[in-house]
Design a protein around this ligand. Structure first.
Ligand SMILES: NC(=O)c1ccc[n+]([C@@H]2O[C@H](COP(=O)([O-])OP(=O)(O)OC[C@H]3O[C@@H](n4cnc5c(N)ncnc54)[C@H](OP(=O)(O)O)[C@@H]3O)[C@@H](O)[C@H]2O)c1
Length: 396
């Protein structure tokens, strides 16, 4: 059964690809047209994560890259090329998407909703009725900040924290309609926030916490507060919220007992590919791919304080007078909304299938710090225990 994957160059897609290459001799990569050399980017990921040389050398022979335009009907391919692609597939993994929490709805709809529509068209056209594995997000649960979100729920009753959540919700509703209309199975995989302890690297895709850290760091610099490593923190604008212990103070709306679900991306990919091995029910099978323990928001606050050199206070409501730093951070409402969340994601279906093996290692402050602090450059000259540039990953 030949498999195609969209989003293979992304943070999650690369891990899905690694798993799929563990069970398939070759994979068709539906790469974004014009975004660069997909095989090169994929190969760099495998090199940087410690894949054996022969594995990396063999990649060009195992990856068939088809450049596609997700946002265009027929994926931007000619009619015959689209049909030939569709007819060769037994399964389609759709992981491509825009995860821009600050993006506007029309833009996010083009990628996340129309992109999904075009992937479904590909699945509908295929002679072998390929099964669709759609990567959604647990955050289609929307602006429900407390209680429990279940796997079989899909409604917009609570509204959404941002246009990203809405676009992913709309993509799921499209999938339900398509599945009913075509009487075809779809597996919907809903991960929570994905993280890694692999240190950041310019040639690897960022993950959401890295993006948040970058926003805060840039805001700090733009507000004239210097960089975290320097001690040149100046006065904090006309409505200065002041300094605490020499660190700029930042008030963010959040809940002191808030908690968020963060899942290791490697573990999420493993669970997803295991789920794909199940015989689908025939309709839409939805799974929450989440960690069994939430991370307290206070841990995330401590993490950001350490990385960006801030003193963060969680407050119940937005202050009337914002400091220069707070005004800059306020430009990113998608970022702070989650600090008030206390909701749990029920993953009974995954647990019922896999039992304790569905659980993963803890995500704690040390784990998160490792994934956000760039690895020190290897010192020049001989070293008794030379450090590998990156920790080795396990290969199936
Ligand atoms: N990261 C998370 O924490 C998280 C959590 C829950 C769900 N998800 C879901 O997981 C999926 C993968 O996310 P990710 O973390 O891997 O994101 P990512 O690192 O930003 O990667 C996105 C992937 O989608 C491709 N892509 C984006 N826009 C595209 C477009 N307009 N046309 C074609 N390809 C496009 C990118 O191609 P290029 O590399 O060429 O740009 C890349 O391969 C998404 O559907 C997302 O909603 C992610």
């Amino acid at each position: 059964m030949h498999v195609a994957l969209t989003g293979a160059t992304g943070f999650l897609g690369l891990r899905l690809l690694r798993r799929l290459l563990g069970t398939h001799r070759s994979v068709t990569v539906l790469a974004r047209a014009g975004s660069g050399d997909a095989v090169h980017r994929i190969s760099r990921f495998f090199e940087l994560t410690g894949a054996p040389e022969p594995f990396v050398a063999g990649l060009p022979g195992r990856l068939r890259v088809v450049e596609t335009e997700l946002e265009r009907p027929g994926l931007g391919l000619s009619g015959p090329a689209f049909q030939e692609l569709a007819d060769g597939l037994g399964a389609i993994w759709h992981s491509a998407g825009s995860i821009n929490l600050e993006g506007d709805l029309p833009e996010l709809r083009r990628t996340n909703v129309e992109g999904t529509r075009h992937v479904l068209e590909l699945a509908a056209a295929g002679r072998h009725s390929p099964v669709v594995h759609h990567v959604s997000t647990a955050f289609v649960a929307g602006r429900r900040r407390e209680g429990v979100a279940y796997e079989d729920e899909l409604d917009d009753a609570y509204g959404f924290e941002n246009a990203y959540e809405r676009s992913k919700y709309e993509a799921e509703t499209l999938i339900h309609a398509w599945s009913r209309q075509h009487r075809r199975p779809v597996v919907v995989l809903r991960p929570s926030i994905l993280v890694t302890d692999l240190p950041p690297h310019p040639e690897l895709p960022s993950h959401p916490l890295q993006v948040i850290e970058r926003i805060l760091r840039d805001a700090r610099r733009t507000a004239g507060l210097g960089s975290p490593a320097s001690d040149d923190a100046g006065p904090d604008g006309p409505h200065g919220a002041g300094l605490r212990d020499g660190r700029p103070r930042l008030r963010l709306v959040g809940h002191p007992h808030g908690r968020l679900n963060l899942t290791q991306v490697e573990h999420a990919a493993e669970v997803m590919v295991r789920l794909a091995g199940r015989t689908p029910s025939g309709g839409v099978d939805t799974y929450h791919v989440v960690h069994d323990r939430d991370v307290p928001v206070s841990t995330i606050v401590t993490l950001l304080e350490r990385l960006v050199g801030l003193s963060i206070d969680l407050v119940a409501t937005k202050a009337d007078a914002l400091s220069a730093l707070e005004a800059l951070v306020d430009f990113y409402p998608g970022l702070a909304a989650y600090l008030a969340h206390r909701r749990r994601f029920d993953d009974t279906r995954v647990r019922a299938l896999f039992g304790p093996s569905a659980a993963s290692r803890p995500v704690d402050l040390d784990y998160l710090l490792r994934g956000l602090v760039p690895r020190d450059p290897v010192p020049a000259g001989p070293s008794p225990t030379p450090k590998a540039a990156f920790p080795s990953a396990r290969y199936a």
